[in-house]
Ligand binder design. Structure first.
Ligand SMILES: Cc1ncc(COP(=O)(O)O)c(C=O)c1O
Length: 373
C-alpha cells in the first residue's frame, strides 16, 4: 500500500516559514506566556519551581478534572490527555480500525482521520456538506455511505474548513446512522468555544450516544497551539485501550504543558481566554467580508458560524493549489488551498489576526489576483 502524506500539513510545513503573512492557521493569534499567566507573581514562582519530570502519562489529575467539567456526565476516568488533538486522532484510529473496516466522514473536512484510515488500508466514504444549504450535511448521502462495514463516522463540529455548526437535526442524523450499524462517532470538536455568531457553546456529541469519542485541544479555541495539548473523552474501557497506544506513540505530553493547560482551563481563567478568542474572530471576519465585497464578485462564501477560518469560493479558471502557490510566491501570503480539504476552486482564509495584519495581507493578495483576471 502506498503511503499518503497529509496534504494540508505537508503544504503548511513547506510554506509557513517562507511567507510574510501566514493565513492558514485555523486558530486565532497565539497567546504569550505572560498573557496566559497574568500578573500573579505566585503563578510564575510556582512554575519556576516545577520539576520537569514526566507527568501522569494520561494527563495530570487537575487537567483531566478541568477537561471533564466541559462534558456533561464525564469524570476524569473518561479523559486521556494527548499531544495535541493530532495525537488523539491518531491513537483513536490505531485502536478502533482494522484493515477492511470503513470510515464515513464529511467532505470538505480536515483530512487527518481520512488519511490515517486510508494508510491503514481502510475505505473512506465521504458524505457532502452542501454549500447551497449553508454547509449542512446531505443526510441522504450520509445514510447511503454508512453500512455494516462502517466502524467510525468521523465528524468535525464546528467544521473545519467551513465553520458550520451542526443543527440538532444534523447531530441526530449522525447518531441515528451510527446506531443503525453500531459504529463509533469520532467527534473532533476542537473549535468548540470559538463561536462567532452565538454565545452558546457548540454542544458536544459526548453523552448523546454510548460510542462517542470527543476530541478537544488547546490549539484553536484557546489560542495555545504551542502547548501541544489535546484530549479525548469517551467510555472508560475504550479510553484505557487508547491509552495503551498513547504509551507507544508519545508516552505523554510535557509536565509544563499539562500545568499551563490546567491553568488555562480552570474556571477562573477559561472565560477570559474564550472571550479573547471570540474577540479575534468577531473582529476579524468583518475585515475579510469588507474586502471580499470590494472584489467585484470574485469571491462568495457562507459566513462561518465558528472558527477563525472561512472557506471561500473564487470565480477564476485556476486550480486552488496553483493559486495558493502563486499567492505565496508573489504576495508573500499563505492561505489554504481548497484541494487540501477535498474541494477545488475554494480557498480557506484565516482571519483570527489583528486588523492591520489582515489589511496588509488582503492588499497584497489583491495585487496578485489582478494579474489572474
Ligand atoms: C479539525 C482539527 N482537528 C485537529 C487538529 C490538530 O490540532 P492540534 O494542534 O491540537 O494537534 C487540527 C489542526 O489544525 C484541526 O483543524
Amino acid at each position: 500500500m502506498k503511503f499518503k502524506p497529509f496534504d494540508l500539513e505537508y503544504t503548511q510545513s513547506t510554506w509557513e516559514q517562507e511567507v510574510d503573512i501566514n493565513l492558514t492557521e485555523s486558530g486565532v493569534h497565539p497567546m504569550r506566556l505572560e498573557e496566559l499567566l497574568g500578573d500573579d507573581p505566585g503563578k510564575v514562582a510556582a512554575l519556576m519551581a516545577t520539576e520537569i519530570n514526566y507527568p501522569h502519562v494520561n494527563g495530570i489529575p487537575q487537567l483531566r478534572e478541568n477537561i471533564a467539567a466541559l462534558y456533561d456526565g464525564a469524570s476524569i476516568d473518561n479523559v486521556l490527555v494527548t499531544v495535541g488533538a493530532a495525537e488523539a486522532n491518531h491513537v483513536i484510529i490505531q485502536t478502533l480500525l482494522e484493515p477492511g473496516d470503513e470510515l464515513a466522514t464529511q467532505s470538505p473536512t480536515y483530512k487527518q482521520v481520512w488519511g490515517l484510515a486510508q494508510n491503514m488500508g481502510c475505505k473512506v466514504r465521504p458524505f457532502r456538506l452542501v454549500p447551497e444549504a449553508g454547509w449542512q450535511l446531505d443526510i441522504d448521502e450520509l445514510n447511503a455511505q454508512v453500512n455494516d462495514r462502517t466502524r467510525i463516522i468521523a465528524i468535525c463540529n464546528p467544521n473545519n474548513p467551513t465553520g458550520h455548526i451542526m443543527t440538532a437535526a444534523e447531530m441526530d442524523a449522525v447518531i441515528a446512522a451510527a446506531d443503525r450499524v453500531g459504529a463509533w462517532i469520532l467527534a473532533d470538536e476542537v473549535y468548540r468555544g470559538a463561536e462567532r455568531v452565538q454565545q452558546e457553546e457548540t454542544p458536544s456529541f459526548y453523552g448523546r450516544y454510548p460510542k462517542v469519542l470527543a476530541l478537544g485541544s488547546m490549539s484553536k479555541a484557546y489560542g495555545l497551539p504551542g502547548l501541544r495539548i489535546g484530549w479525548l473523552v469517551g467510555p472508560h474501557a475504550t479510553v484505557e485501550d487508547i491509552w495503551r497506544r498513547h504509551e507507544y506513540t508519545t508516552i505523554t505530553a510535557t509536565m509544563l504543558s499539562n500545568i499551563l493547560a490546567s491553568h488555562a482551563l480552570s474556571p477562573e481563567v477559561r472565560p477570559r481566554i474564550i472571550q479573547r478568542t471570540r474577540d479575534y474572530i468577531r473582529n476579524g471576519f468583518p475585515v475579510l467580508e469588507e474586502w471580499m465585497a470590494k472584489q467585484d464578485g470574485l469571491f462568495s462564501c457562507t459566513p462561518p458560524q465558528a472558527s477563525a477560518v472561512s472557506f471561500i469560493r473564487y470565480q477564476l479558471d485556476m486550480n486552488s493549489t496553483q493559486l495558493m502557490e502563486k499567492l505565496c510566491r508573489e504576495a508573500g501570503v499563505f492561505v489554504g488551498a481548497g484541494d487540501s480539504f477535498g474541494m477545488d476552486h475554494h480557498l480557506r482564509v484565516a482571519f483570527g489576526q489583528d486588523r492591520e495584519v489582515l489589511e496588509d495581507a488582503f492588499a497584497r493578495m489583491e495585487q496578485t489576483l489582478e494579474s489572474c483576471l
